[in-house]
Design a protein around this ligand. Structure first.
Ligand code: ADP
Ligand code: MG
Length: 399
């Protein structure tokens, strides 16, 4: 039992005075390749990581959902029968008005979405207590939000006998996050967290929601994935994200297609003629990144993980020069990793700060951490936080 699992079990007992009916968990995720392609209906290739959020849960005889987390400490309760009036059509208003604490809107939003998706009546399901504990760092770009959603959804799936599969559970997470919490996110994080497999990544077509598990073969090849977290989040990250989304919409409109997913490499000559320079380069990133995701999947299947280094680096160069979302810290992290022999490295996540991901020989992990530390010190940047992430199993019942 990991520390976080033990904490969830202890917190449940402290809250209720009895043992939980079971423990469920879901992991955070990192993205191997496919950045800003999700909202363009394109392709992504994330993987679940070993850091997980645990939900110790048990049924109550009344119709109340009560949630508590080591993260907050204050339990929060809502009648199952009040979920609909709290969240229906609310788009985050219950959180904005202070009626529901933001963190509690994740699990309660899952309960609400689960009833709505399965057509269950509030009167048909028992109340539940759920205690959460996690070792997913919050706000570090590893999707602690998908982890708490997946853990809550897995617990309710069993306790309420909903019989939902992995993709349906992922959709509950998206609904909770978009409509209960009010955060406009795609479904990549939840798909990765629910469908992850050991030493594999999850290919997702964000248009069709088709998924495929793709073996990474890291263990066999003696390779590791290293996160170099710059711990820098630039002030313009939200505005920058919005601006890039707008550029993509402008590019699609200029090219006369519903979304950039509808363009391929052969369309880039025309794009260069009809679009302004900035919009063209934004479009080129999306179009080439989609192709790189497909090429990465193909390369993993045929040549194995040592073959994908060039694709990872090309992805970074595209984000740095065409999409312009990298930072001096991220570029320094990538250069440092490559200089000590990383097979490939790229910034990962939305950009304007955050983390880089490097594919390295297991024996070189410490070299990468040291090299990144030295590079940051030489440039006067605050020290980065470097750690490995191991592609792991998705949402599950643990006990
Ligand atoms: P991330 O990149 O980590 O997903 P988000 O802002 O999307 O960042 O989600 C973080 C939020 O999710 C936290 O501020 C909190 O409201 C909620 N959250 C995540 N993990 C937990 C947890 N273990 N307990 C309570 N709330 C959590
Ligand atoms: Mg999140």
């Amino acid at each position: 039992m990991t520390g976080a699992q033990r904490q969830a079990v202890a917190l449940f007992a402290e809250l209720t005075g009895h043992d939980a009916d079971g423990v469920w968990s879901a992991p955070g995720r990192a993205n191997l390749i496919g950045e800003h392609t999700d909202y363009n209906e394109g392709f992504v290739l994330p993987f679940a990581i070993e850091h997980r959020t645990y939900a110790a849960a048990g049924m109550r005889s009344d119709g109340t959902v009560r949630v508590v987390s080591t993260f907050d400490g204050e339990p929060f309760s809502l009648a199952v029968s009040a979920l609909a009036e709290t969240f229906d059509g609310a788009r985050g208003r219950a959180v904005a008005s202070g009626a529901v604490p933001e963190w509690a809107a994740y699990p309660l939003g899952i309960a609400w979405a689960a009833l709505a998706a399965t057509g269950r009546d509030a009167a048909d399901v028992p109340g539940v207590d759920i205690a959460f504990a996690s070792d997913v760092p919050v706000g570090a770009g590893l999707s602690s939000s998908a982890a708490i959603e997946g853990a809550a959804a897995s617990a309710l799936n069993d306790l309420w006998s909903l019989d939902l599969g992995g993709l349906a559970i992922a959709k509950l997470g998206r609904t909770a996050e978009n409509d209960a919490v009010g955060a406009p996110t795609g479904i990549m994080d939840q798909v990765s967290s629910t469908l992850g497999r050991v030493d594999a990544a999850t290919f997702l077509d964000c248009r069709t929601l088709e998924t495929a598990s793709v073996d990474l073969g890291l263990a066999r090849e003696g390779l590791a994935l290293v996160v170099i977290d710059t711990q820098v989040s630039h002030a313009h990250s939200t505005g920058g994200y919005r601006d890039r989304r707008a550029s993509c919409e402008k590019g699609a409109a200029g090219m006369g297609v519903p979304s950039l997913r509808d363009l391929t490499i052969v369309d880039l000559d025309r794009a260069e003629r009809v679009l302004d320079d900035v919009t063209f380069r934004r479009v080129r990133h999306i179009v080439t990144e989609n192709q790189r995701v497909l090429d990465t999947v193909e390369t993993l299947r045929t040549a194995g993980p040592r073959g994908v280094g060039g694709l990872l680096v090309a992805s970074h160069v595209s984000m740095r020069d065409d999409f312009e979302i990298s930072t001096a810290e991220l570029d320094a992290a990538i250069d440092a990793a490559l200089a000590v022999g990383a097979i490939g490295a790229r910034m990962t996540g939305g950009g304007f700060g955050g983390a880089a991901l490097a594919l390295v020989e297991t024996g070189r992990v410490d070299d990468v951490a040291e090299a990144a530390g030295r590079a940051f010190a030489a440039r006067g940047f605050a020290a980065p936080h470097t750690f490995t992430v191991t592609p792991s199993e998705g949402a599950r019942r643990d006990a």
